[in-house]
Design a protein around this ligand. Structure first.
Ligand SMILES: *Cc1c(COP(=O)(O)O)cnc(C)c1O
Length: 469
């Protein structure tokens, strides 16, 4: 055995301890961590060592080379994209997922039963999101893979409606996809699935600064299809303005017309946890498939998302994802195994961090995280609304604030403003373009964010805007 491997193995307690110490220091000081890469000079590339260096020395190299440029993206003021943090319980679960290193596939004991943890976690999540148990779910690496998985089963459904088995025969002939404001990852999934992103029929959005699908235009387009089955991709929280399609109206259409209804509720689905905002997702339980990201508002470490697909489509799902030429893996419909229900075969026990966090903080814990983030977004939005230099590009509907400079003649300054703001290292936001305006997005999805962060960042914004005037 390699000397270093032997030595590491003999000293595993010591090694895990120094990692624990370092992790504790990091988490305890995450509020002070810079939120931007100020100096991106990753020094020269390492050579592959001949006989290795051992973990402790490698840690020293990491600490010298990479650790100083790690940004506090899990901290309270990283408001770019839609970036969640990691709760203590989820970190605990994540560490254990690594230590136990299961290959999560089966619940019936083909060498491993860790999938029962996954099934239990899905049940907890359905409860949290107040969704019925008629959904069968699983963990994938992110909402992109969840959209992919849901749309893959939608594709199989579409084929069946046209009398074909697309998983076997491949795609031929045009598929019709209707949508208004899809996330880029759904477009990517359509490309990957061979459905062709240019087969999208773009539906209008509702009038009055909205990104939600125009229900009447949707129905008119459905009528034009003359009974042809199609896939509808709807939004449960668009990224710019967190607008929601009207799920109740869509569920009424679903009674009249034949389509696969997919909802991308990557982060917006957590509106279900909030008494004041639950109405945004009303009716979503009638969807055929739903995407929910866990590394966003559930605040578990990357990579974690779930797909939820109605159990009635189990056969379609197996047709899509089965390992059909591997008889040793068993009959997919008899012995439930994730192996035949999603894209990956071997997979990490992704459910464990979510299981830990759901159990540790429960319904109330998450309700509070969600309600607080909504409150910070509204408060931040109010400060912007009342300011002389900034204005909102859309009302704050949930947890994201989309804004720009008040003076439309200063559109060129938006980029400079954001660059300067991010360069302070105190907060991170991302650029966007909305309603013919360059804008900035701040998304609130971290359990640590507090009122003082809102104040601090708004003060900083005012300092910067004075500098660039
Ligand atoms: C973030 C996001 C995605 C993509 O999720 P990943 O986890 O990055 O793969 C898809 N849809 C929506 C609405 C999102 O916010």
């Amino acid at each position: 055995m390699n000397e270093h491997l032997k030595n590491d193995s003999a000293n595993i307690g010591y090694l895990l301890n120094i990692i624990k110490e370092q992790g504790t220091d990091y988490l305890n000081s995450i509020e002070e961590r810079v939120t931007s890469v100020i100096n991106n000079n990753v020094s020269e590339k390492q050579e592959l060592p001949e006989s290795g260096l051992g973990t402790e020395e490698v840690l020293q190299i990491f600490n010298k080379k990479f650790e100083p440029i790690m940004v506090g993206s899990g901290g309270p003021r990283y408001w770019g994209f839609v970036t969640g943090g990691a709760t203590p319980a989820s970190v605990a679960g994540d560490w254990l997922a690594t230590v136990y290193d299961q290959n999560t596939q089966s619940v019936t004991g083909q060498g491993d039963i860790s999938a029962s943890i996954e099934i239990e976690t899905i049940q907890l999540l359905l409860k949290l999101l107040q969704l019925p148990e008629s959904f069968l779910g699983g963990f994938v690496s992110g909402a992109t893979m969840s959209n992919f998985t849901c749309l893959a089963v939608g594709r199989q459904w579409l084929g069946k409606e046209q009398g074909r088995d697309i998983a076997k025969e491949g795609i031929s002939g045009a598929a019709k996809i209707l949508t208004a404001t899809p996330h880029s990852s759904s477009i990517k999934s359509l490309s990957l699935l061979g459905l062709g992103s240019s087969n999208i029929i773009k539906i209008k959005t509702e009038e009055g600064n909205r990104e939600a699908i125009h229900i009447q235009d949707l129905e008119e387009n459905i009528l034009k299809l003359d009974g042809e089955p199609f896939i509808l991709i709807s939004s449960g929280g668009t990224v710019n303005t967190v607008d929601f399609d009207d799920f109740k109206a869509i569920s009424r259409l679903k009674e009249k017309y034949n389509f696969w209804w997919h909802i991308d509720a990557a982060f917006g689905g957590f509106a279900a946890c909030s008494e004041t905002h639950h109405h945004l997702v009303e009716g979503w339980e009638y969807a055929d498939s739903i995407t929910v990201d866990c590394h966003k508002w559930l605040n578990v470490p990357y990579e974690s998302a779930v797909f939820l697909i109605k159990e009635q489509y189990k056969i379609l799902q197996v047709e899509t994802f089965q390992n059909s030429n591997a008889p040793y893996l068993g009959d997919p419909l008899e012995n439930f195994s994730y192996l035949n229900f999603l894209p990956e075969n071997s997979r990490r026990l992704k459910a464990l961090p979510a299981w830990f966090s759901l159990m540790a903080y429960g319904k109330e814990g998450y309700q509070e995280i969600v309600d607080n983030n909504i409150a910070w977004a509204k408060q931040f939005g109010q400060l912007i609304e009342n300011s002389l230099d900034f204005k909102l590009l859309a009302p704050v509907r949930l947890n994201t604030v989309c804004f720009t400079l008040k003076d439309d003649a200063k559109q060129d300054a938006v980029g400079r403003f954001l660059e300067k703001l991010n360069n302070t290292g105190k907060v991170f936001m991302t650029p966007t373009f909305y309603n013919q305006h360059k804008g900035v997005r701040a998304a609130f999805v971290n359990w640590m964010t507090s009122e003082k962060d809102i104040r601090q960042v708004f003060d900083l914004m005012n300092e910067i805007i004075t500098e660039i005037k």
